[in-house]
Design a protein around this ligand. Sequence first.
Ligand code: ARG
Ligand code: ASP
Length: 693
Amino acid sequence: MKKSLCFLFSLLLSLPLIADEGMWLPSLISQRIQDMQAKGFKLDANDIYSINQASLKDAVVLFGRGCTGELISDEGLLLTNHHCGYGQIQYHSSVEHDYLKDGFWAMTRDEELPNPGLSVSFLDRMEDVTNQVLVGTNSSMNDILRDSIIRSNSKRLIRQATAEGNGLRATVEAMYYGNQYFLFVYREFRDVRLVGAPPSSIGKFGGDTDNWMWPRHTGDFSIFRIYADANNNPAEYAADNVPYQPKRHFKISLKGVKEGDFTFVYGFPGSTREYIHSSEVHYIAEVSNPHKIKLRTLRLDIQKRYMDADQAVRIQYSSKNAGVANAWKKWQGEMKGIRKMNTISNKKVYEKRFQLWARGTRYAPIVNKLDSLYQILEPYSFATDYYNETVRTVELIRFAQTCQNTLNQHPEDLANQIEAFYKDYYLPIDKDCFVAIMNEYHQSVPDNFKPEYYQALYKKHGSIEAWAEHLFSQSVFIDRERTAALTPQWDLSSDPALEMGIAFQTWYNEEILPVTRRIQGEIRDLYSSYMRGQMEYEPLKAFYPDANLTLRVAYGKIQGYSPSDGVYFQPVSTVDGIMEKDNPNIFDYNIPQRLRDIYATKDYGRWAENGRVPVCFIADNHTSGGNSGSPVINAEGHLIGLNFDRVWEGTMSDIVFDPEVCRNISLDIRYVLFIIDKVADADHLLEEMDFVE
Ligand code: ARG
Ligand code: ASP
C-alpha cells in the first residue's frame, strides 16, 4: 500500500514536460516528432535528420569554435551572427578600412575575404556508440582504468570514422554524464570567406546596453561563403577554390511571424547543467558569479575609459571588450534568475524526495556524497575562478607565455604572433586592469590559496601599484622590436611577465588542479549514477542530455513574456523601435544616416509588413551559448529568422528553465534581407536565395 502510494506520488511529480523546455538529439527526434507536430510542425523526423537523404541538418553548420550558421543558397552562402563573425570583421579592419564601423560588402566574388583559422563543420552523421565505447569496462573497475579504456575505445572509433580523409573530423561525446555515448562525424571546410557585414551601428545596435535584453533591435548578422575544391570537397584556402554546393540549403519564408507560431531552432548549444546538485547551483549563483562580475566590472570600466578617448583603441579593444562584457552581463541575469526561481531550495526539496525514494537502493548515498564533495571543492573552485579572471586575463603575461612556447616549438611562427598581438594591444589598459584586479585578488583570495611567488613579490614591491610599475616597464614583451629579436637561445626566465605567468601556472598545476581533477572526477561518477537515478525516479519525464556543442533541436512558439509584475513584453519588434532609440550622441544608438533616410521615405521594398519592417522576435525555444547564428525554422521547414540571444530574465536557462520567462531572441529574416537590399545595395546576393511568399 505504502509503496504504491509512493509510486503514485512520484508519478504526479513527474508529469512529462509540457513546456517547450529541452534540446533534443536530431537522430532521436522521432521520439519527439509527435509533440512537434501537435504543436504545428508539418514535416517528419526524416526531414530534420537523415543519413539516406538530404535533410535540414545538411544546411546547418558549426561555425568556428562556438557558433552556428546556415546555408541560404546553393552556392555556399552562409548566414550567421555579426557577433559570430566579429573577430573576422575586425581582423580585416584598420583605421583606413574600418569594416566594424562602416560595414563590408563584397560586390563581386573576387572581393570576398579569406579568413585564416576559420572553419565550418557539417554533421555527416551521428551514431549511438555506447556499447563500443564501454567494451572492456566493468562496474568494479577503478575510475582511472575505466576512463583510459573509454578514451582508447573512443580514439579507435574516431580513427575508423575519419579514415576516408576528405575533411572528415569526428568526436565521441558523452551524454547524461557517460550513460550514453555518441559518435559525431563532421565534414570540415576551411576556406570560408567574408561576404558581408552591416556596420556595427546595425549589427551591434544597442551594444552592451541592449545585449541580453528585450525589446531588441540589433541587426546581428553577417554573411560568409564556403569554398571547396573542384570536386566540391573541403580544401585549404586556394584562390581557385569554388563556391561549395551544399546538399541542402534553406528556403526563406517571407510570410512573417506572429504570436503562437511554431518555431524550431537547429544549432549547436555549448553547455548546460540542468541536473546538478543544489550545492553547485549555490556556488554558481552566490559565490562564483558575484566575484567574477566584480572583477569584470573593474576591467570593463577601464577599457571603456580608454576606448571612449581614442578611436584606434576602440577598434583594438572592441572584440575583447564585447567578450568580457557578454559573460559579465549574462552572469548577472543568471544569478538573479536562480534567486527569483528559488532554484537552490527547490533543488533541496527535490533532493530530499529523491533520497526518500532512493532509500535502500544504490542511489541512496548520492545526494549527501555530492554535497560533501562540493564542500571540499569550493575553495579550489574559488581559487581557480580568481586565477582565470585575474592573472590569466593579463595580456602581457599571456603573450609572454605564448612567445616562450613558440620559441621552443615553432620559432618560425613568432613573427605572426607578434603581428597579431601588437595590432590590438594597448599597454595602459592592460596595466590599469592589472592594478585593479590584482588588488581585488589580494583582498578576496585567502592567503593559503595564493602561490608563494605571489606573497614574495607582493612583499618585495610593497604594493600592487609598484609591482605593476616594474612589470610593465621591465618585461621585454612590452617592446615589439625587442620581442621580435628574441631567439630560442635567449634566457627569458627572469622576465617579470614570463616569470609571473609560469609561477602561477605551476602553482595552479601543482596545488589546485590535482585536487579539482580528483574531486571533479568523483563528482562526475556520482552524477553518472545520479542521472540514472533521476531517470528511474521520474520514469515518465522526458529527459534531454545537457548541451555539449553537439547539434540539437529546440522547438516551441513565438511568445511574449512578463519580466515583472505589471509589465508585459510583446514578442515582435520593428524599425519603429530603432528610430525611437536612435540617438546620434550615444555610440550604441547612433544609426547610419541611410537608415534614417529610408525610414523617412518608407522605402521598404518587399520586406515590410503593415508598413513597418519587423526586426526581432522572441520565442520559448530552449537555447544556449553556441546557438548564436542558428536558423529559426517555421512549421514548413523554412527559414524565418536567425537566433542570437536570450532575454536577461531567462539566462538561468543553462541551469534551470522557466517557461514563463525563458525566451530566445531572433532576428527576423526580413530585416536581414532589408538591410542587404536597401542599406547595403548588395541585392545581387538576394538572387542566389530561394524565397517562399
Ligand atoms: N548575448 C549574445 C551571446 O551571448 C550576444 C553577444 C554579442 N553582443 C555584445 N554586445 N557583446 O552571444
Ligand atoms: N548569444 C549567445 C551565443 O553567442 C546565445 C545565447 O547565449 O543565447 O551563442
